[in-house]
Write a protein that binds this ligand. Structure first.
Ligand SMILES: Cc1cc2nc3c(=O)[nH]c(=O)nc-3n(C[C@H](O)[C@H](O)[C@H](O)COP(=O)(O)O)c2cc1C
Ligand code: SF4
Ligand code: SF4
Length: 434
C-alpha cells in the first residue's frame, strides 16, 4: 500500500493533509478531535500578541456562493485571528503536541511589525514544543487595517524583515503564508526566501463581497445594516491558488522552495493536483468546515488508492510531476489540431452546445429539424466551450487530428513537428525555425 507519510521541513506527519489555520484549529477540543479523525497535522488558529485578545463581531461572519444543489462553492468570512487569550492557546498547544507527537503542530502568528513584538512571542511559542511556525501575512480584513496580515504580505520588504527576525529568535522551521491579494505572488515568495523562510504556504483568503441585499442595500454578511469585504475561500478559489503555486514552483528565484498548498482542497484529487505542482503537503479549511473532520478519511483512502493504481509508493514519487508540463502560452504547440465530436448515443438533445457555439463561439454545431446536433469540422476551432457547457459528461470529446491529414477549416496539412509562437511567421519577434 502507498506510503502517505510526509516529511515537510523535517516535520513528519502520517499523511499530507493538515488543517489550515482557522476555526477548525482554534482550540484543544477541535484539534484533538481532528487528530482522532486522522488529520496529519494542524496549523493552529493565528495567535496575536499578549494582552487583550482581538474582538470579533457578534453577528454573522460568513457568506456563501452556493451551487445549484446548495453545495458550498465559495465561502467568505469576516473573522479575525484567535479571540482567545494567548496563554490559554499556548497551554493547549503544549498539551496536544505532547499527546500527539506523530502529528504536525504548527503555530500561526500575527503580531505587529515591530521586532520586539516578535522577540516577545517567539520564545513562548518555542516552549510549547510545536514543530514550527507559520507567519500569517495574509488576513485580508480587520488586522490589515491595523498594519498586520495582508498589510505586511503586500510589502515584500516587510516580509523579508519579519522573516529574518523569526529566523533569529526561533529555532524551528518558519513557513511564510502568502496573501493572494497582490499582483505578482512571486515577489513576496522571493522576499520570504531572502529572509530565510524554510517554506511558503498559499493561499490565504481573497478579498471578497459575496452579495448585496437588495432590500437593505447592505453587503452580506450584514452587521446591523453594514457589511465589509471578507476573505474568500473554498472550491471557487482553487484555480487561483493552484496557478499561484505553479508560478512559485516554476520561477527560477523560488524554484525548489518547499510549498504547503492551500485553497479549495475538498477531495483527494485536489490534493494530488497541488502535489503535482510541487507542494510537499496541503492544508484544508473550508472542506472541514462544510463536511466535518471525517472528510479527511475519504481524502486519505482516495489518495492511497490512486497512488496504488499509478504505482506511486510515496508522495515524492509524483511531487512536482506537472511542473515541466506547465509553461507559458508562447510555448504551446500551435501545430496541434483537434475537433469536437458528439456521441449521439449520450446526447440528450438539450441544445446547450448549439447555443454556446452558435451565439458566442464559431457557429460550428449544426442542429437538424429533429434536434440532432453535429459538429461542422470546417468551422470548429476546437475551443472546448461545447465540452464544458454540455451537461452530459464525456458526451462531447476533443479528438486530435492525425499528422498528414488536412484540417478542413484551414485547408492546411496537420504537421507532426511541434511549432510555437516563438517561431510563428505572424510573430514579428519570431526566431527563425530550424
Ligand atoms: C473563518 C475563517 C477563518 C480563518 N482564519 C485564519 C487565520 O486565523 N489565520 C490564517 O492564516 N488563515 C485563516 N483563514 C484562511 C485559511 O487558513 C485558508 O488559508 C483559506 O481558508 C483557504 O483554504 P480553504 O479554501 O481550504 O478554506 C481563515 C479562513 C476562514 C474560512
Ligand atoms: S469546440 Fe468550440 S468551435 Fe468546436 S464545436 Fe465546440 S464550441 Fe464550437
Ligand atoms: S450540450 Fe451535450 S447533451 Fe446537449 S445537445 Fe449538445 S451534445 Fe447533446
Amino acid at each position: 500500500m502507498a506510503d502517505l507519510t510526509t516529511d515537510f521541513l523535517g516535520i513528519k506527519s502520517p499523511n499530507p493533509f493538515w488543517l489550515a489555520s482557522a476555526p477548525p484549529t482554534d482550540k484543544e477540543y477541535n484539534v484533538r478531535r481532528a487528530f482522532e479523525a486522522g488529520w496529519g497535522g494542524v496549523v493552529w488558529k493565528t495567535l496575536g500578541s499578549e494582552g487583550p485578545p482581538v474582538v470579533n463581531v457578534n453577528g454573522p461572519r460568513y457568506g456563501v456562493i452556493h451551487g445549484a444543489d446548495r453545495r458550498v462553492l465559495g465561502l467568505n468570512n469576516i473573522e479575525l485571528i484567535t479571540d482567545r487569550d494567548l496563554q490559554t492557546n499556548l497551554d493547549e498547544i503544549t498539551r496536544v503536541k505532547k499527546d500527539w507527537p506523530d502529528r504536525a503542530m504548527i503555530v500561526s502568528i500575527m503580531v505587529p511589525c515591530e521586532e520586539q513584538a516578535w522577540k516577545d512571542i517567539l520564545p513562548k511559542v518555542e516552549a510549547t514544543g510545536a514543530d514550527g511556525i507559520e507567519l500569517n501575512f495574509g488576513c485580508p480584513h480587520g488586522m490589515s487595517e491595523r498594519g498586520m496580515g495582508a498589510a505586511v504580505g503586500q510589502v515584500p520588504e516587510y516580509i523579508e524583515m519579519v522573516t529574518r527576525w523569526c529566523k533569529q529568535y526561533y529555532s524551528k522551521p518558519v513557513i511564510v503564508k502568502l496573501t493572494p491579494n497582490i499582483t505578482d505572488v512571486r515577489k513576496p515568495a522571493e522576499a520570504a526566501r531572502r529572509g530565510g523562510a524554510d517554506a511558503v504556504s498559499l493561499i490565504n483568503t481573497i478579498n471578497s463581497i459575496v452579495s448585496v441585499d437588495l432590500d437593505t442595500m447592505s453587503p452580506h454578511p450584514s452587521i446591523d445594516g453594514k457589511g465589509t469585504h471578507g476573505g474568500y475561500c473554498g472550491p471557487a478559489v482553487k484555480p487561483i491558488a493552484l496557478s499561484m503555486v505553479s508560478e512559485i514552483a516554476r520561477a527560477p528565484a523560488t524554484h525548489g522552495m518547499p510549498i504547503s498548498g492551500i485553497g479549495g482542497i475538498t477531495t483527494w484529487r485536489d490534493a494530488a493536483e497541488y502535489i503535482t505542482m510541487g507542494c510537499g503537503n496541503v492544508q484544508v479549511c473550508t472542506a472541514a468546515m462544510t463536511y466535518g473532520f471525517k472528510v479527511v478519511q475519504e481524502m486519505i483512502s482516495g489518495l492511497s488508492r490512486w497512488m496504488d493504481e499509478k504505482g506511486h509508493t510515496s508522495i515524492d514519487d509524483f511531487r512536482g510531476a506537472a511542473i515541466p508540463n506547465t509553461t507559458d502560452w508562447q510555448y504551446l504547440n500551435l501545430n496541434y489540431v483537434a475537433k469536437a465530436k458528439i456521441d449521439q448515443d449520450a446526447c440528450i438533445s438539450c441544445g446547450r452546445c448549439y447555443a454556446a457555439c452558435e451565439d458566442t463561439s464559431h457557429q460550428a454545431i449544426a442542429m437538424s429539424a429533429d434536434r440532432t446536433f453535429s459538429v461542422i469540422d470546417d468551422e470548429c476551432v476546437a475551443c472546448n466551450l461545447c465540452v464544458e457547457v454540455c451537461p452530459v459528461e464525456n458526451c462531447i470529446t476533443m479528438v486530435p487530428m492525425q499528422a498528414g491529414t488536412v484540417d478542413p477549416r484551414t485547408g492546411r496539412e496537420v504537421q507532426a513537428k511541434p511549432a510555437d509562437w516563438t517561431t510563428h511567421p505572424n510573430n514579428p519577434g519570431a526566431v527563425a525555425a530550424e
